[in-house]
Ligand binder design. Structure first.
Ligand SMILES: CC(C)=CCC/C(C)=C/CC/C(C)=C/CC/C(C)=C/COP(=O)(O)OP(=O)(O)O
Ligand SMILES: O=P(O)(O)OC[C@@H](O)CO
Ligand SMILES: [Mg+2]
Length: 251
């Protein structure tokens, strides 16, 4: 079963997933990455996301290789631009930045990427990517030259997600941006959840297990954690224990 089908099934069953985001620029030594890979494996992490708004290094393929050499956790590209397409990954979030009005990130990059992706075995996951204001300007807001949705405009977010689903996007990713000061609030997640049927991914600023729990309770199907694990990898154990117990109990 491919990743999207699995996500849909888990969504139907109310089961949750965890993705660990690895930003290739932040991988300083292979030994640190190996530690995170092993921890992810011990804690039954579902996916590795690999990407960044701005990738200044050339080690993305090595990062993917190191993950694939050690564990069977699928690697999903989370690309900031077409230069980050790496055929050795398993899947790619084909992001359309629907919270913004930058045509390049709604369709432009996609036209350039489509023929390249077609020649790979990557599973394409059409994703409505929505940035929500998180207090300060994040890398992705700056790089994308778009204005995130205000964090108290629930209806704007819900209608944007609804439109994304009607356009045929297969998942919605609500992102406060990496290292966000404020994670996406529960009301915003719940409003978006209620407006769509496709799986909902939530990330940005989830740096405590309580924040992870709140996002999942509000309706996230998958949470993405990056920055917090760069500082405290052990946080993963706490969060995954909660997800595991919850999935077992069917809550
Ligand atoms: C269609 C293809 C292949 C590419 C375009 C993809 C689109 C539309 C991207 C939207 C905008 C964008 C720049 C997304 C990047 C999201 C991402 C990987 C964020 C990870 O965090 P960083 O923003 O790198 O955070 P740091 O500042 O912590 O490094
Ligand atoms: O690094 P953090 O803040 O966990 O964010 C993860 C991801 O959603 C960013 O695009
Ligand atoms: Mg980055």
């Amino acid at each position: 079963m491919n990743i999207l089908q699995t996500l849909r099934e888990k969504h139907q069953q109310g089961k949750k997933s965890i993705a660990v985001l690895v930003d290739p620029d932040k991988v300083e030594e292979p030994s640190r990455l190996l530690q995170l890979i092993n921890l992810a494996s011990e804690n039954c992490v579902d996916y590795f996301f690999v990407g960044g708004s701005l990738v200044t290094t050339t080690n993305q393929s090595q990062v993917i290789k190191q993950i694939k050499d050690n564990v069977t956790i699928p690697v999903v590209l989370f690309p900031g631009n077409t230069m980050q397409i790496e055929p050795t990954a398993d899947a790619l979030l084909f992001l359309s930045l629907i919270s913004g009005r930058n045509p390049e990130l709604l369709i432009g990059q996609h036209v350039i990427a489509a023929p390249i992706i077609k020649n790979t075995k990557l599973e394409v996951i059409p994703t409505g990517y929505m940035l929500v204001n998180s207090g300060r300007v994040t890398s992705v807001a700056y790089i994308s030259n778009t204005t995130p949705i205000p964090d108290d405009k629930y209806s704007l977010a819900a209608c944007t997600a609804m439109a994304g689903e009607m356009l045929g996007l297969q998942t919605i990713y609500l992102d406060a941006g990496s290292g966000a000061e404020k994670e996406i609030n529960a009301r915003m997640i719940a409003a978006v959840r209620k407006s769509i049927n496709v799986p909902l991914i939530v990330g940005g600023g989830i740096n405590t297990s309580q924040k992870a729990r709140t996002a999942l309770d509000a309706g996230a199907d998958m949470i993405v954690i990056g920055n917090a694990l760069e500082k405290d990898p052990e946080l993963l154990t706490e969060i995954s224990d909660h997800v595991y117990e919850r999935n077992q109990s069917g809550a």
